[in-house]
Design a protein around this ligand. Structure first.
Ligand SMILES: Nc1ncnc2c1ncn2[C@@H]1O[C@H](COP(=O)(O)OP(=O)(O)OP(=O)(O)O)[C@@H](O)[C@H]1O
Length: 329
């Protein structure tokens, strides 16, 4: 079976112009520009199976977008090769476009002043979909994504969650075999996030769509993906199953508590009291020892709770732990 994505030695450098401040420097720069090479992506090697859901992770500036741009044919690499569904993305970009889709949480592909219905019509023309097939697919997606009541409202008037449902539906109109999702749940509240994750999961299970997901949200990764590639400074530092990632690097969660009275002491195994200021407490929980549920029920039984928030480790913390574990063998 052909791989969905095959990447060998793929790298990208940018030539960056530097300019010192001042008019004289601007004129000098015009004739003798000061240039340097910036390596955004070092040679990468990886493969993605058809139907796989891959988390492609890394902190800001790690090289995720640059890699996606090369895989979708927007950027030519400096070196190396890639095959996406058997196509060379940058040499066969147009052909590839008929088989892939992309969703950017921070950038809409819907026409801002038009209702989603009109964008769907335009997309059907762009992808040259036969009218009968298009109508059938459109109606199926309208039902699945529950878009009936928002189809004729201009996109600018939709909530972020409504817009994301339309974005994903629009991407699926031409039945892409691979979908690149860049921060699909960014800015959404907990309930809408869950809805979007469920829809993404269904898209994979029912249509076998290969998904390439970047996200800073550990919940997206835990709930959606089986495998994760972590990159930092343009290099792969981890390629492993999400269950291993969870076991080794996502096991610490932070709980912020506001109690009604300041506690005199706090003790629970697997939980470290990181900071206490009056009635406010910050706890670090090792979820391999104690579940969040156990911690919360202990708190409710022994204290009067005013407020609680639970935080996943940041991408930066995960990266630090990966390096620490590597150095420790
Ligand atoms: N057009 C460009 N010209 C010069 N440098 C660039 C260009 N695009 C990206 N870079 C640099 O390449 C590196 C990788 O950037 P990239 O946008 O791929 O990171 P990212 O992992 O997607 O980050 P983020 O999570 O912030 O989107 C960064 O140092 C960035 O400054």
């Amino acid at each position: 079976m052909t791989k969905a994505i095959r990447v060998e030695g793929l790298s990208k450098s940018f030539i960056v112009k530097h300019k010192k401040p001042g008019l004289l420097q601007s004129i000098k720069n015009l004739f003798h520009p000061s240039l340097s090479e910036q390596i955004a992506v070092h040679p990468l090697d990886f493969q993605v199976e058809q139907g796989e859901i891959l988390a492609f992770l890394g902190p800001n500036g790690a090289g995720k977008s640059t890699t996606i741009k090369m895989l979708t044919g927007i950027l030519h690499p400096t070196r190396g090769s890639a095959e996406v569904l058997g196509f060379n993305p940058w040499l066969e970009r147009q052909k590839l476009a008929f088989h892939i889709g992309s969703v950017f949480g921070q950038k809409s592909q819907l026409w801002y002043h038009l209702p989603p219905f009109d964008t769907f019509e335009l997309m059907s023309r762009i992808y040259e979909l036969p009218r009968g097939d298009y109508r059938k697919r459109r109606d199926q997606l309208i039902e699945r994504f529950d878009l009936g009541k928002i189809l004729d409202i201009p996109v600018r008037k939709l909530s972020l969650g409504q817009r994301m449902r339309c974005e994903i539906a629009a991407t699926l109109l031409h039945r892409p075999k691979i979908v690149f999702l860049d921060e699909p749940t960014i800015g959404l509240d907990v309930v809408v996030k869950q809805k979007i994750r469920d829809l993404i999961k269904e898209m994979n299970q029912e249509e076998g769509t290969t998904l390439f997901i970047t996200s800073h949200d550990a919940g997206d990764i835990e709930q959606l993906c089986k495998r994760a590639i972590v990159i930092n400074h343009g290099q792969i530092i981890l390629d492993d199953t999400v269950s291993n990632l969870k076991r080794h690097f996502l096991k610490h969660k932070t709980i912020h508590l506001k109690l009604q009275e300041a506690p005199t002491h706090f003790h629970l195994s697997g939980v470290v009291l990181v900071k206490q200021k009056g009635t406010g407490l910050r706890l670090s929980v090792d979820t391999s020892q104690t579940s969040i549920e156990q911690v919360l029920s202990h708190i409710i039984q022994n204290h009067r709770l005013a407020d609680v928030t639970i935080e996943d480790p940041s991408m930066e913390e995960i990266i630090t732990h990966i390096y620490e574990k590597r150095e420790g063998g």
